[in-house]
Write a protein that binds this ligand. Structure first.
Ligand code: SAH
Ligand code: SF4
Ligand code: F3S
Length: 449
């Protein structure tokens, strides 16, 4: 690989989950601290970081088409960018990328991206490098502090997964479950609030498995962490995602009834409504135990909006088993949800199971499932019409004077008036669509969350 002058501009493209989005923000902080600046909109960057996702086949293949496009555009412009592949594809297929994509000069896994500065230096000398080591936590200590934040910020508190659902690559790409220390998280939350965050979403593949100790050495669970962060006076809202049913504690359920800043929203993936399929998935819960959990949360917080994840067409799934998933959906009444066709991932136990479901069958089931979920999402939105609530202003709308923000139930709400990003505006929800609601402003910058 020829040597190249050190990059002056960069672009980070993140795919996949919110944890990848968080990592993308931290890489941005890191590169800016090196004096490299974000490329202007529409300009070619000297350095492109593809922060990839490996969760489903299509997500993973995207990286090669992106590399191809960067090379083609670079050659047309007479200058190829330095390309770094980060994220979960880097972790899972690092060696393959080095062989298959000679234009890539850096491969860096999710636990190693603090090493990007030295890797960029090597790349400028024409040397390719790869780091997919997984030293727990080392990354966070080596990263610069948070300097910028929008009104709504992510904070990764827990990484990795020990659950080993049989279809999933995350335990392999992100490693074992680890919790970041309490004091580091409190410090980062304080920095984010100073930098302008009004809302913090605590992130983890299994965020409710977070555990730590407070300043006095007393053990804390996620509810304790939420309580401590809620005590930051200028922070208005807290959310957390993603939870696993097996790690729900009484304290977390109770927190929903006790902490005003904790928003009435719960993302609790279930994947299937069939106990046989759940067993094959190694999900350690049943449809019934999941429904009981939701009841407990709703008892603590009756207006809770519930969200979930679903997979259709897991190997061996019958029509009758799929129908059980539809019944579970009817029983819960989801406010929103994500649903996917099963994607066979190399190296996972499900990939070698018998009874793989043909694509057209999966497609049909997905459509039925999404029809039910869309119906319930609209019904949920309609059920909130007439409610008065605070909306956190996130951006301007397309029309002059129009703004877009989030309700406590994570709905997108449109409204008009003279506002600023980061304001909490008191609105009445007046009209509901499937994906957003219209709000009538009652008070511009509300004092209450
Ligand atoms: N730790 C989280 C998020 C995991 S990835 C959790 O357990 O909820 C997000 C979602 O992607 C999963 O909940 C699952 O619904 C889906 N998913 C994961 N692996 C998949 C696969 N091989 N095929 C299809 N969907 C998958
Ligand atoms: Fe994947 Fe299951 Fe872990 Fe979620 S809990 S990351 S689906 S293995
Ligand atoms: Fe994708 Fe990795 Fe997140 S595989 S979903 S980016 S943990």
């Amino acid at each position: 690989m020829p040597s190249a002058p050190p990059p002056k501009t960069f672009r980070v493209k993140s795919f996949g989950c919110q944890m990848n989005a968080y990592d993308g923000e931290r890489m941005t902080d890191l590169l800016e601290a090196q004096g490299i600046v974000p490329a202007a909109e529409g300009d070619d960057a000297d350095l492109v970081v593809l922060n990839t996702c490996h969760i489903r086949e299509r997500a993973a293949e995207k990286v090669y088409s992106d590399i191809g496009r960067l090379v083609k555009n670079g050659d047309a412009a007479g200058k190829r960018p330095l390309i770094a592949v980060a994220g979960c594809v880097a972790q899972a297929e690092g060696e393959e990328i080095m062989v298959r994509a000679p234009a890539v000069s850096m491969v860096v896994g999710p636990q190693a991206y603090h090493r990007l500065p030295e890797m960029i230096e090597q790349a400028s000398r024409g040397e390719r490098s790869s780091d997919t080591e997984m030293p727990p936590i080392a990354k966070f200590d080596a990263l610069p502090g948070r300097r910028r934040s929008g009104p709504s910020a992510f904070l990764t508190v827990q990484e990795g997964c020990d659950k080993f659902c049989t279809y999933c690559v995350v335990p392999y790409t992100r490693g074992a479950e680890i919790s970041r220390p309490f004091k580091d998280l409190l410090a980062e939350a304080e920095r984010l609030v100073e930098a302008g965050a009004c809302e913090i979403t605590l992130l983890g593949q299994n965020v409710n498995a977070w555990s730590g100790e407070d300043e006095k050495g007393r053990p804390l669970g996620l509810d304790g962490l939420i309580r401590a962060i809620a005590a930051l006076p200028d922070l208005r809202r807290i959310r957390y995602t993603t939870s696993h049913p097996a790690d729900v504690t009484d304290g977390l359920v109770a927190a929903h009834g006790e902490i005003d800043k904790l928003m009435p929203f719960l993302h609790l993936p279930v994947q299937s409504g069939s106990d046989r399929v759940l067993k094959g998935m190694n999900r350690s819960h049943t449809a019934e135990s999941y429904l009981r959990l939701i009841e407990r949360f709703r008892a603590a917080r009756p207006d809770l909006a519930v969200s979930g994840d679903f997979i259709v067409g897991f190997p061996g799934e019958t029509d009758a088993e799929f129908a059980e998933t539809l019944r579970l959906i009817d029983a819960v009444g989801y406010a929103q949800a994500f649903s996917f066709k099963y994607s066979s991932r190399p190296g996972t136990p499900a990939a070698t199971m018998s009874g793989h479901i043909p694509q057209p069958v999966m497609e049909e089931r997905l459509q039925k499932l999404q029809a039910a979920l869309n119906r319930d999402q609209l019904a949920f939105n309609q059920s909130t019409v007439g409610k008065k609530c605070a909306v956190l202003v996130e951006r301007r709308g397309k029309l002059p004077g129009q703004w877009l923000g989030k309700s406590p139930w994570l709905q997108s709400v449109w409204f008009t008036g003279d506002h600023a990003i980061g304001d909490l505006v008191e609105v009445e929800l007046v009209e509901a669509g499937p994906n957003s609601l219209a709000g009538r402003v009652l008070r511009p910058a509300a004092a209450a969350a």
